[in-house]
Design a protein around this ligand. Structure first.
Ligand SMILES: Cc1cc2nc3c(=O)[nH]c(=O)nc-3n(C[C@H](O)[C@H](O)[C@H](O)COP(=O)(O)OP(=O)(O)OC[C@H]3O[C@@H](n4cnc5c(N)ncnc54)[C@H](O)[C@@H]3O)c2cc1C
Length: 519
């Protein structure tokens, strides 16, 4: 429990009570955030007019207030003397502590990607009264170099088969709430075009029925209608197509992420650059209705390992949101989730893991051009336009057998040659002449159980809430998921969209959310 920012010899009490801080830090100067308890900086000794010190050259006698007597020159003489006898740089008892997390926060959100930020946003927006809840977002990588949000392709569609997924994506309020004035997230309303083979046509038809019932504007197209609208498509092997006419397309995930970050900061959400490494919890024992003996846990403290330091900082909390994306399975494990005999509720793990996905960017002057929607071929390969310079990006999820090693984010270029290019060139003959310009890989927050989100509290680690496992469609669902989690935290139930089918319990009960349109 060592606060490394304090120099040896200075107790926390000195900083805390002596300088009137919230939670043991000087509030002499504030940095980020709007709350008074937010990080503070401490200026160099010589800039404090009220600082008292001892003059080592005067045998321990206290000297007057520095700065007060500057005019008569005497005090500045003394200052000079002090500075001359002190080893340079060593006399620096107060240091910048703004990077430390607060000692307590009502809610600690693990992960500062789009999901964590959305939860933070909605907690602050729905809290009553304003300022009632202290929310801390802990993010270990502020460059987001491996975060799914930053590496995704930004697609938004309503063309799912499960009503809840359609509702989640229809919840478009986020485009307006992100900032004031609304943030430009470079939305391209070009629609999604899904293609079905003979085998998939019936499912497509029934999915579109559900989409329309939920209020999405989607039309079905025969191969002939498809050829008329998009003459660059080869309709061989296509039995049916569905095309979204409203609120579908893609946007820039980075703009959304940064906009949300700025917004929640302005609302008083605290940020900490560090890694959550441990939870301290208390436990009690009880029995489920089916007679299973279980241990209930409540997290009291989150340990945050600070960047480039071996020390951790403890943060007391009432509630933890697991929004660690592809790493949320590891965070759940840290909290004790799944530690029990297999087949029991206690032994049920959070089935979310890293799955590597490649995205390739190619140039093709003869390509479909500006009218290109986000196309998902019946083969599973997808592409969309990228910018206005005849560039396109796309990819394809590997089969279970082809799953690449998620140990790094290196790109497999053969995968494009063997798995992505052939179906795309067959569908869009102009792509025969494409030239790959760049590529990257990112992680899906992959839910191995049913590839759908996990939202809401854990039944046994009672104050850990999940917002994870979206497996390739989390970006577009983030606004609605953030709201749903905030409602669950503040009201104890979902209000806007009933996401009960996405609760953790389904893993134990074996109740899959059967979504047909997973990419
Ligand atoms: C190639 C690709 C394409 C995609 N395309 C789309 C798309 O078109 N449409 C769509 O809706 N979705 C898409 N997705 C999915 C979408 O990007 C994710 O579902 C979504 O971004 C998940 O957001 P998140 O905040 O949960 O995760 P992330 O953005 O990964 O954020 C989680 C954060 O948690 C942090 N973290 C992890 N462990 C710790 C810890 N111990 N302590 C502190 N911090 C921690 C990580 O550093 C990370 O920044 C795509 C994903 C990929 C990879």
């Amino acid at each position: 429990m060592l606060r490394r920012a304090l120099q040896p010899g200075l107790s926390r009490g000195v900083l805390g009570r002596g300088l009137g801080t919230h939670r043991g830090r000087s509030t002499l100067g504030k940095v980020e955030g709007s709350g008074g308890y937010r990080g503070s900086w401490v200026a160099p000794v010589s800039s404090y007019v009220t600082f008292r010190t001892r003059d080592p050259t005067h045998d321990g006698k206290t000297v007057g207030r520095l700065g007060e007597g500057d005019q008569n020159g005497k005090v500045s003489e003394i200052k000079k003397k002090i500075q001359s006898v002190l080893p340079r740089g060593a006399w620096n008892p107060l240091r910048d502590t703004s990077y430390l997390p607060p000692e307590h926060s009502d809610v600690v959100i693990v992960g500062g990607g789009v999901i964590g930020l959305s939860v933070a946003y909605w907690l602050k927006r729905l809290e009553k009264p304003q300022g009632a809840i202290r929310v801390l977002v802990v993010e270990r990588d502020h460059t987001y170099s491996q975060a799914s949000t930053a590496l995704s392709v930004g697609g938004i569609r309503q063309q799912f088969s499960v009503p809840e997924n359609i509702q989640l994506s229809l919840f478009s309020e986020y485009l307006a709430v992100v900032d004031d004035p609304p943030l430009d997230i470079q939305f391209n309303p070009s629609g999604y075009l899904l293609l079905a083979s003979e085998k998939g046509a019936a499912v497509m038809e029934s999915s579109v029925k559900v989409q329309r019932q939920e209020g999405a504007k989607v039309c079905l197209m025969s191969p002939e209608q498809l050829r008329n609208k998009f003459p660059w498509i080869n309709t061989e092997g296509v039995a049916l197509a569905s095309y979204g006419m409203e609120h579908e397309g893609w946007f820039d995930p980075w703009c959304l992420l940064q906009g949300l970050r700025r917004k929640v900061q302005s609302m008083g959400v605290l940020f900490c650059h560090g890694e959550v490494t441990r939870f301290v919890s208390s436990s009690s024992h009880t029995e489920t209705t089916s007679g299973e003996e279980v241990t209930l846990r409540r997290i009291h403290e989150v340990h945050v390992k600070m960047d480039r330091s071996l020390e951790y900082q403890p943060v007391e909390c009432a509630l933890v949101i697991n929004a660690a994306g592809a790493w949320s399975g590891q965070i759940a494990e840290l909290a004790g989730v799944g530690k029990g005999p297999p087949g029991t509720l206690q032994g049920t793990q959070l089935p979310v893991e890293l799955r590597k996905r490649y995205v390739y960017l190619w140039h093709c002057p003869q390509g479909p051009g500006l009218e290109t929607p986000f196309v998902i071929d019946a083969s599973g390969a997808y592409f969309r336009r990228e910018g206005l310079g005849n560039n396109y990006l796309g990819g394809c999820s590997p089969t279970e057998e082809e799953e690449p090693d998620p140990g790094n984010l290196e790109v497999d270029h053969d995968f494009f040659q063997d798995k992505v290019w052939p179906p795309l060139a067959q569908r869009v003959p102009a792509f025969e002449t494409l030239k790959v310009r760049s590529a990257w890989a990112g992680y899906y927050d992959y839910n191995t159980f049913d590839q759908n989100g996990v939202v809401g509290p854990h039944p046994l680690v009672v104050n850990m809430y999940f917002a994870t496992g979206f497996s390739g469609h989390g970006l577009q669902q983030a606004p609605a998921v953030g709201r749903a989690v905030a409602e669950m935290v503040l009201d104890g139930h979902f209000r806007t969209i009933n996401l009960s089918p996405f609760l953790f319990n389904r893993f134990y009960l074996g109740e899959k959310v059967q979504e047909h349109n997973i990419i």
